[in-house]
Structures are given as C-alpha cells and as structure tokens.
Design a binder for this molecule. Structure first.
Ligand code: NAD
Length: 338
C-alpha cells in the first residue's frame, strides 16, 4: 500500500523538491493539496492528477478528517505556521510530517508532540540529512569513535538564496520565523548533536548581522558555541550572507569532515586515514524520496519514525538558548532539559 500524502503549502520546497520526490517513492503518493493560493491549483492538479475533492484551503483543511485518500500531511509552510497546521492535521487523525525548524520554540514543539500523541498519529521532522548514508555513517562514528575521543566540532551552514523564489520573503520577517538561525542554524545544531550522539548543556551566541537595514529583527549571521559533556565543544556559524556547508569532527587521533554536509545531491567527505565518502543516493530529489519512504514505512509498519518530533524539540531547546544568549551578547546560557 502507498501512503497518501497531502502537501500543506505549495511554495519553493514543495514544488521543486517534495512533489517530484513523491513521484520517485515506493511507498507514497501525492494525494492532496492544501494552499492559500488557488491560482496555483490548475498547474498542480493537472500535473499530479489531484481531484477537486482532495484540495483544501488553510481554513477548511480540518475537513481532511473525512478523506480516506489522505493518510499523512506534510507541512511545508513558513515556520510560524508549523504548529497550527500540525495541530489541525493531528486533530483530523492524519499523520504529520513537518519541515525544519519544527516550530518557533521548544514549547510549540512540545505541544505538537503532545497533540500527535493524544490523537495517536505519527510526527516526523523533515531532517533529510538523517536519511543520507554518509550522515548515517557519521552518526555511527559518534558511538564507534574510530579516532578516539571527540574533542571539537565545527558546523557551518549558510546560503545567499534566502529571497530567491520565496513567497513574500518571510525569511526576513521575525514574526514568521525568519533569519539564518531558524533556516540554516538548525542544520548545525542537528549535526553537532548527531555527530556526538550527545545533548549540549550550554551555549554562547553572538548575532553578527552586518546588513541591519535588510535584516530587521532577524539574524543575517549567527555565531554560536555549544558545550557538550566530556569537554566537547562545537563552534558553529550560520548565515544568509555567506555560502557555508562544512561539518568537521576533530578527535584525539584524527578527524573526519563533510563538505557539503547538507547538500541536496548528497554529502561528500573524507577522514584523516584516507577514507573518502562519496554521495550515494543519486541526484536530487532522491534524498527526499528516501526520507518520505522511510517515514511511510514507519506508518505502514506501525513503528516510530527515524526522526520523531522529539528530535525537533531537542534542537528547538538549543535554539531558544541561542536566541537568549545572543540577546545578552554571548552570555553563557544553559540549555533546558526535557
Ligand atoms: P516558500 O516561501 O517558497 O514557500 C512557503 C509557502 O507557504 C508558499 O507557498 C506560501 O504561499 C505559503 N504561505 C502560507 N502562508 C504564508 C504566509 N503567512 N507567509 C508567507 N508564505 C505563506 O518557502 P520554502 O522554501 O518552500 O520553505 C517552506 C518550509 O520548508 C520552511 O519551513 C523551510 O524551512 C522548509 N524548507 C526545508 C528544506 C529542506 O531542505 N529540508 C528546504 C527548503 C525549505
């Protein structure tokens, strides 16, 4: 059986990556559309053969409860809407897949986890990298420690394209979850956590925005330093003003690195012993197809998804502390525990 998926939000990522990826999946099919832009529908419905009865607006999408064609809802709207859309989908009895960052803060994320638990539906976060084979290798090395103790990490993620093709430039709007930290900083936080297999205990953060006239109330560049147990430190930079895409793990007796570590075409890397990591999934959007097939199988086999809601919440606890520290220009802030 294939899981019927409704996309909520038909913007750049839904159109460019997720809808084409759904066509490559073995266990999913695009079954429904939820949008506030009816003008987009003729093209989408024509291309993917979606009947009128499976099309919804944001206002009437609770009616999805009565639609047996749709098993899961994939939320691809701006960040401030993720929580409301997840709660609507959960109350309608549909499984929830939600893009990163999961929500605006940890409290919102926890409410999403609770709603999905109460309504007995799954909640998976769209951290596509955790489905990428080289990233999974790095995750395994967190336990295997092939070069001994981990001493230090570096994770840098940034891009210039924050406005290209993005509807209404919400990435510049603080009220809608704009700024580099929400958009790209989550990759650094998630990578630091999966590369160590540990939870950070404290953070110091510095907002290094240069173009304040453009980035009003949101961060163009954020630098932050995560403290982990065992004296491990992760130095991170995220930016809308620089292209950055590197993860480096320094250990007692060697190192390993990926650049890119969050590329659409898969990751490339190497280690100090000469090991080379080549991309393995093939061209985009294979990674998103792999992610959605994994999440569909979790539903079909009634087991927890690889990247559950709790994983998104852990990152948001770090983001809460990053924003608090940046407000006081680098004061050390302890990260809340679950
Ligand atoms: P986008 O601006 O291209 O699309 C957002 C969609 O939401 C648009 O169709 C827009 O019409 C709709 N929308 C509904 N209410 C809106 C409002 N109040 N303001 C603005 N737009 C509104 O953005 P995107 O790049 O597709 O990003 C959507 C989500 O997907 C974000 O959470 C983003 O972080 C995530 N994303 C993830 C990846 C990834 O690699 N995992 C890549 C890109 C985006």
């Amino acid at each position: 059986r294939r899981i019927g998926v409704a996309l909520v939000g038909l913007g750049g990522y839904a159109k460019g990556l997720l809808a084409p990826a759904l066509e490559l999946t073995k266990h999913c099919r695009l079954a429904g559309l939820v949008t506030g832009s009816p003008d987009k529908l003729p093209e989408w419905q024509g291309k993917y053969g979606i009947p009128d009865r499976n099309v919804y607006s944001y206002e009437d999408f609770h009616r999805i409860a009565d639609n047996p064609d749709i098993d899961a809802v994939y939320i691809v709207t701006p960040n401030h809407l993720h929580k409301a859309h997840a709660l609507t989908a959960a109350a309608a009895g549909k499984h929830v897949w939600c893009e990163k960052p999961m929500a605006m803060d940890a409290a919102e994320g926890e409410a999403m986890v609770k709603a999905c638990r109460d309504h007995k539906v799954q909640l998976a976060i769209g951290y596509r990298m955790q489905h990428e084979p080289n990233t999974r290798r790095f995750m395994a090395m967190a336990t295997e420690r092939p070069f001994g103790r981990i001493i230090k990490l570096r994770a840098d993620a940034g891009w210039f394209g924050w406005r290209d093709g993005a509807d209404e430039a919400w990435r510049l709007d603080p009220a809608r979850g704009g700024g580099a930290m929400y958009d790209m900083g989550v990759y650094c936080v998630n990578a630091a956590r999966y590369s160590t297999g540990m939870e950070p205990v404290a953070v110091q953060a510095w907002d290094e925005t240069v173009r304040r006239e453009l980035f009003k109330g949101v961060d163009e560049t954020m630098r932050f330093r995560l403290e982990f147990p065992e004296d491990i430190v992760a130095e991170c930079v995220t930016s809308f003003g620089r292209n950055l895409n590197t993860l480096q793990v320094d250990c007692e007796r060697g190192w390993y690195t990926m650049s890119p570590f969050q590329g659409y075409e898969g990751n490339r890397g190497r280690a100090s012993d000469g090991t080379v990591f080549e991309p393995q999934l093939g061209k985009k959007p294979r990674m998103q197809a792999e992610q959605m097939d994994q999440d569909a199988r979790a539903i079909l086999e009634n087991r927890a998804p690889r990247v559950p809601g709790e994983e998104g919440v852990r990152d948001l606890r770090v983001l809460d502390a990053v924003f608090a520290s940046a407000k006081s220009d680098g004061k050390r802030v302890e990260i809340a525990r679950g």
